[in-house]
Ligand binder design. Sequence first.
Ligand SMILES: [Cu+2]
Length: 269
Amino acid sequence: MRLSRGLAAFAFAFSAFAQNPPAPTEDRVGFPEGYANWTKLYVFDRPDNRQIRTVYANDAAASVTDGNQANYPYGSVIVMETWNALRDAAGNAILDSNGRFQKDPAATPTVFTMRKERGFGTAYGPNQTGEWEYVSYTPNRTFATAPAGSFACASCHLQAGRGKDWVFRAAYRFKGGGDDQSTGAVPSGVIKNYAFLPGTLTVKAGVPVTFYNDDVVAHTFSDDFTGGWTSQQLKAGSGSITLTFPTPGEFNYHCSIHPNMRGKIVVVP
Ligand SMILES: [Cu+2]
């Protein structure tokens, strides 16, 4: 008897505790009509869930520059379209000839949308991220995540921080060099703390491999042969390079800025 009363009290306390965090009840974001024609900021291949995430900005959001990231103008709308990648029977993404995920034509995308307007966002209470509100849609303009569930969006975007106006992966968008940088491909190797990781990487001939600079300063990828090929500088936190080695063999490389940074690629048939 006492036990069941105790459980009932516990269940009551738990259900009170499990109430959703506050969120807007009304959709003030709106389906982003025509987003596929907006400025494309970056394409990110997400390995854990094998999704292609394409991020678009309307003109207001696209006007933001490197030094201005902490304050997107009112009227900014940013869209992230998530699309399942083509997968093989084992569930692994099938890469295209550039080493990138490919959209599965049979899949339906989800349209994650955030809009900034004066006075937006207060409904999120402790999870407020500036003046942004969030909703995600299906292509049919129904809710994938309705306003009432969008507290989850705000509470996670808190991690992107005030300095970036709660927008993630800013480094991808404010990339330095040409389009070959900051690809968002899944890296097989990274540069971190002045080291190429792994120091020796084994790859298959003809299969593209991507190296991503996750360090705080720029590095290059340079062939050890005197007069050998060298990449342009890979920008800190965003630069990446995709290479394909057509023939088996061993290739030693270094960073031209920090010549003691060395690595080796073993190409197998
Ligand atoms: Cu370096």
